[in-house]
Design a protein around this ligand. Sequence first.
Ligand code: ACO
Length: 401
Amino acid sequence: AINIEKLRAQTGAITLDPGYKNSGSCESAITFLDGEQGILRYRGYSIEELAEKACFLEVAYLIIFGELPKKAELEKFENDIRKHTLVNEEMKSIIDGFPKNAHPMGVLSSLTCALTAFNPGVVNVDNEEKMYEAICKIMGKFLVIATWTYRKAKGYPLNYYDNTKPYVENFLRLMFELPTEPYKINKTVLNAIDKLFILHADHEQNCSTSTVRMVGSSHAGLFASISAGVSALWGPLHGGANQAVLEMLEEIQKDGGDSDKFLAKAKDKNDPFRLMGFGHRVYKNFDPRARIIKKAADEVLAELGVNDPILSIAKSLEEKALKDEYFVSRNLYPNVDFYSGIIYRALGIPTEMFTVMFAIGRLPGWVAQWKEMRVNNEPIGRPRQVYVGEPLRSFVEMDKR
Ligand code: ACO
């Protein structure tokens, strides 16, 4: 039998903390989060104030460079991003190789990594100038390829960034503009998407961000690190939650649309069903992002006047749960994923694209965390383990096994 105690003794003193629930992996000056009190701040500024007063690119600058940009600084940043919004034509042959029903997150992760082949200079970013160029490149190109994953799935021709238009407006055009009809920007929709991107921009050392830092710590390069972050975000335990909300709503609709029945199921301790989009691992009293985005979701629904039974079910669940003793006493409020799912659905964005939307918003956070890690000259990430396998054994010849 294996003597675990002896093996542990041989490994030396190692802190075992699966899931890193209680281990800090770095010092960071980017995001402050207090789950008990529902506080989220980027570089010291409250998420409420940023969502109300700043635009996404301004917040991206703040997160990446540490200070709110002056007007000229923001203009320069936006211009420098514009210089890099063209994506190499050969990237199109890569996207052509994917089947139409490929998951957009898999396509996005592959394309992000493939960008390195066409921009080899982004790997050795040993000075500030090269680092800045790599950052502007990923900010420009990632938005374009992220929307291409949608165009590919739809069978639409791929769109190009319009350098005469702002960043988030470009997102809407890249996604929805068709050669046959001009695309009209709706201010309420634009405002909601801008807010959603701001609310998702960073969330300290979550799974995808830790992945970006870990991969980057081997000096693998910014694009490869971001590509790994996209893969981490893809998982249903991380970025896939808003997709789960819509899938639940569709299930309720197929079952006849009775929200009371599913509320009862969620409360039944013998039933594993949980109300998706309610509750949060970190925010135990309320999710500050959900409060902000609820208002934007209401505005989008009113503005677009969408008549969608799925969204009616969502509203009914929200209203009933907020008055229900079970949910109120456990502080189970709708989280940001609940409302972001509603907005995306109202805009006609398919469910598999929801996590891509999250990735576009999270990009500045990944970039900022990668930059912080490189500038601080952090060592390569290399956790230890506690070995619990076999002790030394003699090799057994094939005919004796
Ligand atoms: N529906 C019904 N009951 C719930 C729900 C829910 N969505 N969430 C929690 N509860 C109940 C639990 O059964 C438990 O009840 P009890 O005290 O009677 O046993 C109580 O509320 C506390 O819940 P915990 O499971 O201890 O909370 P935990 O922090 O472990 O879970 C989680 C948080 C995973 C987010 C959970 O609320 C959940 O499953 N929500 C639905 C899925 C979801 O929306 N996830 C995305 C959130 S974003 C994120 O965390 C990455």
